[in-house]
Design a protein around this ligand. Structure first.
Ligand code: PMP
Length: 412
């Protein structure tokens, strides 16, 4: 695996340390390698990116067209339209959580919600506890905003859920936030109500620590797993919880760039100050579309969820049939995160030793034409991530190829 690139400038305008220290992510790197091979005419199956393969529902597109025709094409209020905020308030009311429009900010994607929150709360050196495996953007965003990411490992056997003792050990006087994602990118692991409540005694002992809960995959859950928002599970923490959410994943609206944050008013107001100087409100048209999505019928979401569920089962079974791979069946999202340590140390047909998860991913790309992302990118070596938000035929073909390439590795 080629070394990750650095952005450090070679001549020209000197770059600020806050960006020059950030490495181009392994996800981007793998995607670029896969794209270059595809362009060269190779038959590559890329399971690298986390984007639903479905289209935005028609009724949502129709709402956007209506908004344009009505002339809703101007700046809106900085934190979002009253209509969208009302849709978000109603969405939480359905879950039994009472919030007011003043607790809501709409932004250009969940990413901007996170960024606003870090800009609004982190002074240089402030720490953010992030359980690993983590979504790579978290650590980079914290760093760009002057904070210090403090990563804490979780275990596959625990469903990649943070243990309260591990949280206790990670907290210092500089800790501002505990940040996690449930259901999770990259593992699909999710916290049930009991696991959220188990963190409460620790958080209660450390009132300077807030909880940032990224719930963007909330609707993509399987088996009998019941998703519970941190807002619902931890009412005692209402003044210290920021929920990050959006329509990208649940409604296949990644390109519309519409996310939202729900939290205490003083925090939302501070995030609004950041947003007001960065982008102002998100697109008026996307806001109208998101309001329609949240107010609309849920059958599309339910159908798609069932489809993802079938694909999850297919991928988990396919991976567990490969000697050397172990894959738990995760509760949600559209990722699996198999343990590949059983294949490390083996020799490729070309004679090189596969020493790391990154080597294995490079081997899969070269030998099998399948792009997956090494666990190292998510702070958890010895794994790789597959996104199964792809057509079933592509998944079946990819699994066959992974099985054949894995079987071609020779034990030393
Ligand atoms: N959080 C997580 C965990 C994600 O996986 C993603 C998308 N990859 C986002 C946030 C970003 O969502 P958005 O498109 O709304 O910015």
């Amino acid at each position: 695996m080629a070394a990750v690139m650095s952005l450090a400038a070679e001549g020209g305008i000197g770059l600020a340390r806050r960006v020059s220290d950030i490495e181009v992510s392994l996800i981007v790197r793998i995607s670029e390698l896969a794209a270059a091979r595809k362009k060269a005419g190779e038959d590559i199956i890329s399971l690298g990116t986390g984007e639903p393969d479905f289209d935005t529902p028609d009724f949502v597109k129709a709402a956007a067209k209506t908004a344009m025709d009505r002339g809703e094409t101007k700046y809106t209020a900085n934190t979002g339209t009253a209509e969208l905020k009302q849709a978000i308030v109603a969405e939480y009311a359905r879950q039994g959580v009472t919030i007011a429009p003043a607790n809501v900010i709409a932004s250009a994607g969940a990413k901007q919600v996170l960024f606003n929150a870090f800009m609004a709360t982190l002074d240089p050196g402030d720490e953010v506890v992030i359980p690993a495996p983590y979504w790579t953007s978290y650590v980079d965003m914290v760093s760009i905003c002057g904070g210090v990411p403090v990563t804490v490992p979780t275990r596959g056997e625990d469903g990649f859920v943070l243990a309260p003792e591990a949280l206790e050990r990670a907290i210092t006087p500089r800790t501002k936030w505990l940040l996690f994602n449930s259901p999770s990118n990259p593992t699909g692991g999710a916290y049930d109500a009991g696991q959220l409540r188990a963190l409460l005694p620790v958080l209660a002992r450390h009132p300077h620590v807030g909880l940032m809960s990224d719930e963007i995959y909330e609707h993509l859950v399987y088996d009998d797993f019941a998703f519970v928002s941190a807002l619902k599970a931890l009412p005692e923490m209402a003044e210290r919880v920021l929920v990050v959410n959006g329509v990208s994943k649940s409604y296949a609206m990644t390109g519309w760039r519409l996310g939202y944050g729900v939290g205490p008013r003083a925090l939302i107001d501070a995030m609004a100050v950041v947003q007001g100087q960065a982008t102002s409100a998100p697109s008026s048209i996307s806001q109208a579309a998101a309001a329609a999505a949240l107010n609309g019928p849920r059958d599309v979401v339910a159908e798609r969820r069932e489809d993802f569920w079938r694909r999850r089962d297919l991928v988990v079974a396919g991976l567990n049939a490969v000697e050397g791979l172990v894959c738990d069946s995760p509760r949600g999202a559209f990722y699996v995160f198999p343990d590949c340590t059983g294949l490390l140390g083996r020799r490729t047909p070309q004679g090189t030793i596969v020493e790391t998860d990154a080597d294995l991913c490079e081997y899969y790309l070269e030998q099998a034409g399948v792009a997956v992302v090494p666990g190292t990118a998510f702070g958890s070596p010895g794994h790789f991530r597959i996104s199964y938000a792809y057509a079933q035929v592509a998944l079946e073909k990819a699994l066959e190829r992974i099985a054949a390439a894995s079987a071609a590795l020779v034990k030393p």
